[in-house]
Design a protein around this ligand. Structure first.
Ligand SMILES: Nc1ncnc2c1ncn2[C@@H]1O[C@H](COP(=O)(O)OP(=O)(O)OP(=O)(O)O)[C@@H](O)[C@H]1O
Ligand SMILES: [Mg+2]
Length: 336
């Protein structure tokens, strides 16, 4: 019987991994694995590990591993194994009908630094369940998904890193890409410290902070007052965090705006205007209210600019990878 070929695009992010297939399916999971802490938690789950959201929900009895925390995969055995489990799991989830003789072709977008540093390792850990692989930077897969190959600047604000990628009608070079270690996780951290500084006794966890940020985060000049309910020794009270939230969000967008200016400033002068008028903001961070305007404002001293946020921040990366997977000619694929 002839082999079937299954195509998919994956966005392997620091915080979330998503997949989209040529058969129209998609799935997404947190990029983490939890291993039982002790004999009791092993008994409770009766498994060697839990993956993604499932692990996160049960994190109190698990040792959690986030293999991409710093925008690259640490190449120790545990991180590689964890990455392998996540990829294998998400692929199996969308292709349950796959038979032994079928083949799987995957294009995978990873943080820019990982696409340089970890290419070999990714090929190695996936070789028994992926038959053909293409590894690109996440920002490039975003450009691909929205068909932007002309002069434009993709700014992918993720969890661990913000990746910038300058497009100019051909495959971007290393000097067209830049990575900042300032992104969603950084903002969470700033927010946690700032809230504790003003209200020292409130009880906070990374999950609480993330929820507040994702619901209320903004970088506009004005915002309706942001009041959140937090607990002190278990007793809930309302706190006004409007100023804290606004200041912290600016701490995220200021360095990003600076990096954008650098990317524009070092581009071919004949095309700088086109570049700064075509800034595309993607990634989870693009959902901060007012971020497009804030970035436009920071470009004023460079002669202005035009920034828009992508429509589908969650799936845009993996949809671009899928498109690449279906369209890329043979010579671009890694040999396995
Ligand atoms: N509505 C929102 N407002 C602000 N931030 C948000 C919002 N929704 C998600 N985020 C943040 O976006 C980040 C995740 O973005 P994304 O899923 O693009 O990251 P990733 O691709 O996993 O990470 P990376 O690109 O660094 O590898 C998290 O820090 C998350 O809290
Ligand atoms: Mg990302």
């Amino acid at each position: 019987m002839p082999n079937n070929v299954f195509y998919a695009g994956i966005d392997l992010g620091t915080s979330r991994t998503s997949i989209a297939t040529s058969t129209g399916k998609h799935a997404s999971t947190m990029t983490c694995v939890g291993y039982p802490k002790d004999i009791i938690s092993r008994k409770r789950f009766n498994r060697d590990y839990l993956i993604g959201d499932n692990a996160l929900e049960n994190r109190l009895s698990l040792d959690m591993i986030w293999p991409l925390a710093d925008g690259v995969i640490c190449e120790d055995e545990k991180s590689l194994e964890t990455t392998r489990l996540i990829l294998k799991h998400i692929i199996a989830e969308v292709f349950p009908e796959k038979q032994e003789t079928d083949e799987i072709y995957i294009a995978i977008g990873v943080p820019a630094q990982a696409s340089i540093t970890n290419k070999k390792a990714i090929i190695e850990i996936t070789k028994d369940f992926i038959d053909k692989i293409l590894i690109v930077s996440e920002a490039f897969s975003v450009a691909y998904s929205i068909d932007r190959f002309d002069e434009c600047l993709i700014v992918d604000i993720g969890a661990g890193t913000t990746d910038l990628c300058r497009m100019h009608g051909s495959i971007p070079d290393i000097e067209d890409q830049a990575t900042l270690n300032i992104a969603g996780n950084f903002l969470d951290n700033e927010l946690m410290q700032a809230i504790l500084k003003k209200f020292p006794d409130v009880q906070l966890t990374p999950q609480i902070i993330k929820r507040i940020k994702e619901k209320h985060g903004y970088v506009a000049d004005i915002s309706a007052p942001v009041r959140v309910t937090l607990t002190k020794l278990g007793i809930p009270t309302e706190y006004d965090i409007t100023d804290i939230l606004g200041d912290c969000c600016l701490k995220l967008t200021n360095p990003i705006s600076k990096a954008i200016q650098e990317m524009v400033g070092t581009f071919d002068p004949d095309f700088q205007e086109r570049l700064r008028n075509n800034i595309v903001i993607a990634g989870g961070g693009s959902r901060l209210k007012g971020i497009d305007l804030a970035i436009e404002r920071s470009l004023c001293k460079y002669g202005g600019g035009d920034a828009t946020s992508v429509q589908d921040a969650e799936y845009c990366g993996c949809l671009g990878a899928l498109k690449m997977c279906v369209e890329m000619p043979e010579e671009y694929w890694e040999k396995i």
